[in-house]
Each structure stands twice: as C-alpha cells, then as structure tokens.
Design a protein around this ligand. Structure first.
Ligand code: FAD
Ligand code: DHB
Length: 404
C-alpha cells in the first residue's frame, strides 16, 4: 500500500474530471485524476457532439481550444422539420451572435488528456477497485489499485466526476440526497456513417414514425439518431433497416435527405432525466453526469458538466487563496439553478419532438401546433435559441481564475 497526497482527488476522466483538473492546474491547485477505463476506451467512446457557446468560450479561455478551433464546426442555425418541411431557426440572429459548435466529445476528451499530460500532473488510467472514504472529515481518501499496487490518495477534497454509473454518488449515505427522476418510453439509436453531411446544420425531425436527428462530426462523417423503443436490441437493426427508417423519417418535400454511407458505429442510448440533490456531501462534490442526467435532445449533458466544474473551480480557488468556504457551501445551490433550467429545456425538447406510445390524436395535433408556433413566432424561436446556445454560466471566467 502506498500513500499519495494531493489537494483535490478527481474520480473520473470524462469531460467533467478533465476540465476540472485543468481549471485547478491553471489556479496552481494540485490534483490527481483516477479513471477506471483505459486511455483508448475513454477517447473512443462516441457520445455528445454539440458545444454551447459558453463551453467553447471556456475552452478558449483555458487554452485547450487548438483542436476545437481547427476542426470544430460553428453552426449559427438549426432546422426543425415536421410535415415534410424544414424550418430554419437562426440562432445567431436571435441571440446577438451566439452559436453552437459541433465537435465530438471524444475529440474534447482527447485534447484535454493531451493538456493534462503536458502539465505532468498525475492521471491514472485502468485504476481498479476505486473507492472513497472519510468524506465527512477534512481528510477524505480515494483508494484504488493500479498495476497491482494499492494506493491511498489523501486529499482535502474529492471531486466525484465519475458519471452516472460511478461509485461516488452511491458512497453518499442513504437519506442525504433527494433523487428526482423521470423515464421516457423510448431510446435513441445512434450511428456514425462515412458520408458527407448533406446539410451544414443540424436537423431535428418530428415524424409520424418518431423523432430523428441529423448531425455530423466532420466534412466526411454524418451522425444520425432515431427514436426507438426503450431497451431496443441493436441486433434488430441491420444497416439496411437503419437507412430505410432514417430516410423515411428525414426526407423532406424538397427532396432533402441525408447521404448514405458505410455505418462505422451504432448503439442504443436510454433516455432519462435525473437529479441527485444536494450535489455535495462533506468534502465530496459531485459534478456532471455523476449528479444529473438529461435526455440528449437538448444536447446539454456535456455542457452541464462544464458549467458545474467552473463553479467548483471558483469555490476551490477561494478556499485555497484565502480560506473562505462561502462558495463551497453554495456550490450545490448555484449549480442546481442552471441544472434545473437545462433539465426543463431537455424535457421540453424531448416532449415536443418525440412520439409517445400513449398519445392521443389531440396530443399529436397539439405537438404539430407547438412546432408551427415555435418556427413562426420570433418570441418562441428566441426562447429556443437562447437555451440551445446555452444560458449564462453562473460564474465568470475571471472568478474561476481565467483571463478571458
Ligand atoms: P462521463 O463522460 O460519463 O465520464 C465519467 C468518467 O468516469 C468516465 O471516463 C468513466 O469511465 C469514469 N468512471 C466511472 N466509474 C468510475 C470509477 N469507479 N472509478 C474511476 N472512474 C470511473 N450528451 C449530449 O449532449 N448529446 C449526446 O448525444 C449524448 N449521448 C450520450 C450517449 C451515451 C451512451 C451516454 C452515456 C451519454 C451521452 N450524452 C450525450 C451525455 C454526455 O456524454 C455526458 O453528459 C457527458 O459525458 C458527461 O460528462 P461527465 O464527465 O460528467 O461523465
Ligand atoms: C448530437 C447529439 C445530441 O444529443 C443533439 O441534441 C444534437 C447533436 C450529436 O451527437 O451530434
């Protein structure tokens, strides 16, 4: 058993853990990141693709934006498609020039791992039997095994950035947190295809047969999603069936449809809304998916991970600079304010664009009217746009120790 000492022990090297590690580094605060998967697994995992304006600005201010600025695709609008017609929502025009950037989560993670490596601060991949203890003392411990050696990582604080299925949230004693949860009677089948994107902007489609989403990863790779029954077996979706269904739902009256290509990845994602509050127990602070999950329709998951850790960085900076705990004490409340607004938006986007098994003919017509209103009223489009490009972060970059 070896004993290691750091200021902040970070569990999980997803977007939350890696962004936090870099923010702390920029403030001269020491951390050790412990990840139970391999470097390759973490980088190859295909997930989100849409970065809010604020997340892009944050990565620029942190100095981790070289790849993002080179390969990220800035989108100043998106399409909502229904009744066979696409309607463009001009995000930039409606929000005073703000936009979203399409840049795969795996690229974000790769860039952040490179930045971490440059700092030479520790990042353990392939950690086994990760556990946390003494959370309600001033000396919490992250225990893990690496390469056959047991380590006790002694910290001032533990950042639980280990995602929805991690060990941090379940380490909080029963009764401390309230769980708010909502399921959905469908999931998303997602594919990556070797095909040039046939639209410069995302297309969210509401169709009789269910929701479909057109996105992309690069000038040669298209990313597409289909609403499917929950827990759908991917084996029941051979490639030909996927293409037939995608084209059926997405094709519009003017002949627009996605380009076909070889499918290089496919998987099914369940949908849920989940919040565990408060996001803190003693010296353990949860961030990102470890504390909350949104259905992916609003593209908010990764962006919420970024806004959580910005608040955490500010709180830890104040603690280490002048011993103040005010922001540590406010951490959960400050994060949850933004989290709940993103929860509401994600639930609303999901409800507006999906078909529900128990819906009536009335519900269906109301949904079409919702979309008609959304795309024909500037007030309604503005509400969508300002939430889609991202509501303001609760903390300024300066307060978190960044210049920009
Ligand atoms: P994660 O990215 O989950 O990172 C947590 C890290 O902790 C992982 O690397 C994990 O391996 C590690 N870990 C887990 N357990 C342990 C342990 N015991 N010890 C050490 N490390 C541990 N969002 C969107 O906006 N759009 C999408 O299309 C989208 N698709 C998604 C598809 C899937 C299958 C999933 C699971 C999520 C998707 N999301 C999407 C959500 C988005 O990817 C997440 O919100 C985002 O990854 C959150 O980042 P995080 O760092 O909080 O958690
Ligand atoms: C993507 C994912 C989303 O959840 C979304 O709402 C938009 C785009 C994507 O993977 O590109």
């Amino acid at each position: 058993m070896t004993s290691i000492r750091t200021q902040v022990g970070i569990v999980g090297a997803g977007p939350a853990g890696l962004l936090l590690g870099q923010l702390l580094h920029l403030n001269g605060i020491d951390s050790v990141i412990v990840e139970n998967r391999s470097r390759e697994y973490v980088i190859d995992r295909v997930r989100a693709g849409v970065l809010e304006q604020g997340t892009v600005d944050l990565m620029i201010a942190m100095g981790v934006s070289a790849g993002l600025c080179r390969a990220g695709l800035r989108h100043e609008g998106l399409y909502l498609s229904f009744n066979g017609q696409r309607h463009r929502v001009d995000l930039a025009d409606l929000t005073g020039g703000r936009a979203i950037t399409v840049y795969g989560q795996n690229e974000v993670v790769r860039d952040l791992i490179d930045a971490r490596t440059t700092t030479t601060r520790p990042l353990y991949f392939d950690a086994e039997r990760v556990s946390i203890r003494a959370l309600d003392t001033s000396g919490p411990i992250v225990r893990f095994s690496h390469g056959g050696t047991e380590h006790d990582l002694h910290c001032d604080f533990v950042a639980g950035c280990d995602g929805f299925h991690g060990i941090c949230r379940p380490s909080i004693p029963a009764g401390v947190q309230t769980i708010y949860e909502r399921g959905y009677p469908f999931g998303w089948l997602g594919i990556l295809a070797e095909a040039a994107p046939s639209s410069d902007e995302l297309v969210y489609t509401y169709h009789e047969r269910g929701f479909a989403l057109f996105s992309m990863r690069s000038p040669t790779v298209t990313r597409l999603y289909l609403q499917v029954p929950p827990d759908e077996a991917i084996e029941s979706w051979p490639d030909d069936r996927i293409w037939e269904e995608m084209l059926e739902r997405m094709r519009t009256g003017d002949g627009w449809q996605p380009n076909r290509g070889r499918i290089i990845q496919k998987s099914v994602t369940p949908m849920r809304s989940f919040v565990a509050a408060p996001m803190r127990f003693g010296r353990l602070f949860l961030a990102g998916d470890a504390a909350h999950i949104v259905p992916p329709t609003g593209a908010k998951g990764l962006n919420l991970a970024a806004s959580d850790v910005l608040v955490m960085a500010r709180a830890l900076r104040e603690f280490y600079e002048d011993g103040r705990t005010e922001w540590l004490d406010r951490y959960s409340d400050v994060c949850l304010r933004r989290v709940w607004k993103a929860q509401r938006f994600s639930w609303w986007m999901t409800s507006t664009l999906h078909r529900f098994p128990d819906e009536s003919a009335f519900d269906h017509q109301r949904q079409i009217a919702d979309l008609d209103y959304l795309t024909s009223s500037r007030a309604a489009s503005t509400s969508l746009a300002e939430q889609y490009v991202g509501l303001p972060m609760e903390v300024s970059f300066e307060a978190a120790g960044l210049r920009g």
